[in-house]
Design a protein around this ligand. Structure first.
Ligand code: GAR
Length: 199
């Protein structure tokens, strides 16, 4: 086996959970093309079978799966047991949430404790939850940004692994600020994931 092949087989296996567009997922998949990237993406999984990101992942040659949450009704844990089975069947060692827009139950969080991370579009602990960019603008913040953190039971509360800052510019709309933050997300997320799996 060549050195390059050996390095490839040693890479940490990561699954990415998405709900929509999948631009952060794409950034993770693109970064994994580098021969020295310490992780590979073994599955892109969505709670929305029609998520745009699933088509992008499939086009990039990554295995994809949609497990619709709707047939499970209010039984969130039953949906997550199906997700968890798919993650384990794919051999995932780490899970990266990338615009996965469902709150997780403590059961799934516990099952992946220390091995599940999330990217959030604010400088946590500021602005957990939704509508982060509008809230930053309305607060008159000079800076906004994004955070990669370990997932714990509290929403957007886990230990912070890394953050990236961008300026809030005069006259910014939430959309303009979101676009600036998103560019920072695409750099931050692959780097933070690589550091986590490399220990
Ligand atoms: C990203 O901005 C991500 O930080 C945010 O959703 C967007 C997903 O975009 N996540 C959250 O708000 C989670 N609380 P993407 O699908 O293009 O990566």
């Amino acid at each position: 086996m060549s050195v390059a092949n050996h390095a490839m087989t040693d890479r940490a296996k990561v699954a990415v959970l998405i709900s929509g567009r999948g631009s952060n997922m794409t950034a993770l998949v693109d970064a994994a093309k580098a021969p020295d990237c310490p992780y590979e993406v073994v599955l892109v999984l969505s709670n929305r079978p029609d998520a745009q990101g699933l088509a992008l992942a499939a086009a990039a040659g990554v295995p994809t799966l949609g497990i619709d949450h709707r047939p499970f009704g209010t039984d969130r844990e039953a949906h997550e047991r199906a997700l968890d089975a798919a993650l384990r069947a794919a051999g995932a060692e780490y899970v990266a949430l990338a615009g996965y827009m469902r709150v997780l139950t403590p059961w799934l969080v516990e099952a992946w404790a220390g091995r599940m991370i999330n990217i959030h579009p604010s400088l946590l602990p500021k602005y957990p939850g939704l509508d982060t960019h509008r809230r930053a603008i309305e607060a008159g913040d000079a800076e906004a940004g994004c955070t990669v953190h370990l997932v714990t039971a509290g929403v957007d509360e886990g230990p912070i692994l890394d953050q990236s800052r961008v300026p809030v510019l005069k006259g910014d709309t939430p959309e303009a600020l979101a676009a600036r933050v998103l560019e920072a997300e695409h750099d931050l997320y692959p780097a933070a994931l690589a550091r986590l799996v490399a220990g």
